[in-house]
Write a protein that binds this ligand. Structure first.
Ligand SMILES: *[C@@H]1O[C@H](CO)[C@@H](O)[C@H](O)[C@H]1NC(C)=O
Ligand SMILES: *[C@@H]1O[C@H](CO)[C@@H](O)[C@H](O)[C@H]1NC(C)=O
Ligand SMILES: *[C@@H]1O[C@H](CO)[C@@H](O)[C@H](O)[C@H]1NC(C)=O
Ligand SMILES: *[C@@H]1O[C@H](CO)[C@@H](O)[C@H](O)[C@H]1NC(C)=O
Ligand SMILES: *[C@@H]1O[C@H](CO)[C@@H](O)[C@H](O)[C@H]1NC(C)=O
Ligand SMILES: *[C@@H]1O[C@H](CO)[C@@H](O)[C@H](O)[C@H]1NC(C)=O
Ligand SMILES: *[C@@H]1O[C@H](CO)[C@@H](O)[C@H](O)[C@H]1NC(C)=O
Length: 468
């Protein structure tokens, strides 16, 4: 079977959920939760690059599901948002989670008011989506991955639910510098000039942050931010499970908050003076292998990783309108010549596989992950420290399933066209500069390609045929 590279460009999210809050007093019940969802760390295909040779072989850092719930009263209207260190959410996962929540909480959490979102890391285990195309390179469904994710979401929601306390929410926005560039700048130029003239850059650099405050202690219990950049700082050759740049940003934020003593008065302290790497390193060195014995006090998961009870500050970095935004901000270069790739085709003398994007830590992808994580973390910390704008009003939400095959698009005053059924074009096989695809394909090709079955001297031959 033909390998499909980098699935995301054509899978536009089919659902959108968001909270609407307007005009009332600004006091809610707010809870946060966070639970480990790392999954199988050996021998399991990884989700994102659709690279059949990319199987887990260890852990860079662990994955988490981070949740916040905002409710009007203990049984009243509410909204739950879960951010996963995963490639994307999955309808099958959502169905299972909702089944489990129903047995526990009745109709408090439904598909209408529960939003599950993925950071779009490309370094987590695969096999948890029910659709065929997502499961090709993992050779099908992987229960271990599915179970870890479902359980983490369920447990993080339970924590947030059990932690609901009176609180308020502050909103802030700002621009993140140099954490994402457009990886298809030639395609962007096909947008009408008058539309492009409305923006100073060819990517959206906005970060939106919600700060969650506990009223009784006047302290922050969490912060969730949204900013668009791909989780592709770790490459398609990487085999370590990783939350990529957003997972890293979350760890930096949560550690910063812990080091700053969970206190609003010290919120403004700068990252560099708080992050004490030597303390963490000393702690890490004291952890001894158990040799197969059960974990003791200092070998427990709770000692090694963050507590699983949701009592600590939860800092989540969520994905937004990511489209073609890459964290490989140095640009894409040919691996043979070191020169920039062909602008219109993201290839090198016609070979797409030689054109690869470079992160700021190039050639060290772990360093790139850290740097892009830090750039998001530092902006989030700044927005967090300066947030003053409280949200107020009733809680409401909208969830829509949208059929992308028949959306009307107004081209100009007289012409309305409709989108067509999904199709896989030649550009899809070419992948992207974050994860080049199949040899022989280029981005920007306008030929129509299809699978065709031909019989040649008693052999059935399935071939990929392209016509202009
Ligand atoms: C998946 O794993 C869970 C937890 O280990 C187990 O309860 C369940 O039976 C498994 N399902 C399948 C289909 O193997
Ligand atoms: C809560 O903390 C903020 C920021 O430090 C401060 O401005 C405010 O006065 C505090 N409110 C209460 C009720 O203590
Ligand atoms: C942390 O904050 C608490 C409460 O404000 C305070 O009592 C304690 O001394 C602080 N600890 C450090 C190490 O600053
Ligand atoms: C970090 O912690 C170590 C050990 O507790 C201490 O010796 C060192 O001074 C600290 N460094 C900073 C920059 O606070
Ligand atoms: C890219 O394509 C555009 C429009 O098709 C063309 O005008 C431009 O010259 C091309 N640029 C390069 C560097 O090939
Ligand atoms: C989506 O729309 C197309 C065209 O109108 C229709 O053929 C198809 O059945 C629809 N799909 C769903 C799931 O409703
Ligand atoms: C509107 O767009 C269509 C399709 O591109 C074009 O044929 C038509 O001339 C346009 N009409 C106007 C008024 O620009």
């Amino acid at each position: 079977m033909h390998k499909h590279q980098h699935l995301l460009p054509i899978f536009v999210a089919l659902c959108a959920a968001f909270a609407l809050i307007d005009e009332v007093d600004g006091e809610y019940l707010i809870g946060v939760g966070s639970y480990d969802m790392t999954g199988p760390a050996a021998g399991v295909n990884m989700m994102g690059y659709a690279n059949i040779d990319q199987n887990t072989a260890g852990i860079h850092f662990r994955l988490r599901a981070r949740t916040f719930i905002v409710a009007e009263s203990s049984q009243g209207a509410r909204f739950a948002f879960v951010n996963l260190d995963a490639g994307m959410a999955s309808q099958l996962v959502t169905i299972k989670v909702l089944q489990r929540l129903k047995t526990r909480f009745g109709d408090l959490y439904t598909q209408e008011n529960l939003a599950i979102s993925g950071t779009h890391t490309h370094a987590g285990p695969a096999g948890y989506l029910q659709y065929v195309v997502y499961s090709v390179t993992s050779l099908g469904f992987i229960n271990q991955t599915f179970d870890a994710i479902v359980t983490a979401i369920e447990q993080s929601i339970i924590q947030a639910h059990n932690n609901l306390k009176p609180g308020s929410i502050l909103l802030n926005t700002g621009d993140v510098e140099n954490a994402g560039i457009n990886r298809s700048p030639s395609a962007y130029l096909f947008n009408p000039p008058e539309e492009r003239a409305r923006y100073t850059t060819n990517v959206d650099t906005t970060m939106t942050l919600l700060q969650l405050l506990d009223s009784a202690s006047n302290r922050s219990i969490g912060a969730f931010s949204w900013f668009a950049t791909h989780g592709t700082s770790m490459s398609r050759e990487n085999r370590l499970i990783s939350g990529d740049n957003k997972g890293a940003a979350a760890r930096f934020f949560e550690d910063w908050f812990t080091f700053s003593n969970n206190s609003l008065s010290t919120r403004n302290t700068k990252f560099s003076t708080i992050e004490n790497i030597s303390t963490l390193r000393n702690k890490a060195q004291k952890i001894k292998a158990t040799g197969g014995k059960p974990c003791g006090k200092t070998t427990s998961q709770g000692f090694k990783v963050r507590k699983n009870d949701g009592s600590r500050f939860v800092g989540a970095f969520c994905q937004s309108n990511v489209g073609d935004v890459t964290p490989n901000v140095l640009g894409a270069f040919c691996t043979d010549t070191g020169k920039p790739c062909d602008f219109n085709h993201s290839s090198c003398n016609g070979n797409d596989q030689l054109c690869v994007g470079r992160g700021p830590g190039y050639p060290d992808e772990i360093l790139s992950t850290k740097i892009i994580g830090e750039r998001q973390f530092e902006k989030a910390m700044e927005l967090f420290s300066s947030a003053t704008n409280p949200l107020s009003g009733k809680i409401d939400y909208r969830h829509a399933y949208i059929n992308f095959t028949s959306i009307e698009v107004q081209l100009n005053e007289s012409t309305v066209v409709k989108t067509c059924p999904a199709a896989v074009g030649a550009g899809f096989a070419a992948g992207t500069t974050d994860g080049p695809g199949v040899f022989g394909f280029q981005q920007g090709d306008t030929e129509v390609c299809t699978w065709q079955l031909a019989s040649i001297s008693d052999h059935d031959l399935l071939s990929w045929v392209c016509r202009p």
